[in-house]
Design a protein around this ligand. Structure first.
Ligand code: ATP
Length: 234
């Protein structure tokens, strides 16, 4: 499979002197159009890795390349456009704007990219319908269940047809059954869209949806395992 996102010798140190936290201590990772779960204990560097891969933070050293382009070499404006159009994001919760209806929340990345409102709304409504939310387009986030809200977030992540969706604890605020439903939707919809998926999770039941599971420990990758989604080691 072709590598689309690649990290080399990634190091990230927060603070300095005796207060320094070595969140990443030399990570190499190649990602193809696949679903990847990042597991590991609290503080092992999972979120920092996701933020570096997505160009949200700049690593202390090492590099991240997206389709062969070194993110650090791109001008800030180009990196911002890339984050909006080529990358989609799903967080644990609280990512939807409470005053906007679901369809406008889902359309937001297109509107920010300058797509006209009508086209953006149509595409967003199409994704909402695809994710099982037809009829709920005008509901505000406070009028949706946790699982429905995460589906809106998934629609928003996919609406620009990104190459990768990054999800940080996407089921962290949901009960187990709803979390499984959301993972099912997240994995199947990103795969159908031809996008890669990177999911940070503590939960083995969430990781089992992914075809590859890496485990972090003290800022390093300590295991890299391919699985048959559903949890059987290959
Ligand atoms: N903005 C920051 N400033 C200072 N230290 C930070 C910052 N962000 C993370 N760290 C430190 O870096 C290390 C890795 O943090 P990170 O959030 O990446 O771990 P994690 O595996 O995602 O943890 P969790 O599972 O608890 O979310 C930790 O020691 C953390 O305290």
């Amino acid at each position: 499979m072709t590598t689309i996102l690649s990290a080399r010798a990634l190091r990230m140190t927060y603070g300095n002197g005796s207060a320094a936290a070595h969140a990443l201590a030399g990570v190499d990772l190649d990602l193809a159009a696949e679903s990847l779960a990042v597991m590991g204990p609290s503080g092992s560097g999972k979120t920092t890795l996701l933020h570096c891969l997505a160009g949200i933070v700049r690593p202390t050293s090492g590099s991240v390349s997206w389709r062969g382009q070194d993110l650090a070499q791109l001008p800030d404006a180009r990196r911002t456009v890339l984050r909006r159009s080529d990358f989609g994001f799903v967080f644990q919760s609280g990512q939807l704007l409470p005053e906007l209806p679901a369809v406008e929340n889902a359309a937001l990345p297109l509107l920010l990219a300058g797509v006209d409102r009508r086209t953006a709304t149509e595409r967003a409504a199409g994704w909402l319908a695809h994710l099982g939310l037809a009829g709920l387009e005008q509901r505000r986030p406070g009028e949706l269940s946790g699982g429905q809200g995460q589906r809106v977030a998934i629609a928003r992540a996919l609406v620009t047809s990104p190459g990768v969706v990054f999800a940080d604890e996407p089921t962290g605020a949901l009960d187990a059954a709803t979390g499984q439903e959301v993972m099912s939707v997240l994995v199947s919809s990103t795969s159908a869209a031809g996008a890669a998926l990177v999911v940070v999770t503590h939960d083995p039941g969430v990781a089992a949806w992914c075809g590859r599971v890496v485990t972090m420990g003290d800022g390093r990758l300590v295991e890299d395992r391919r699985t048959v989604p559903g949890g059987v080691a290959r």
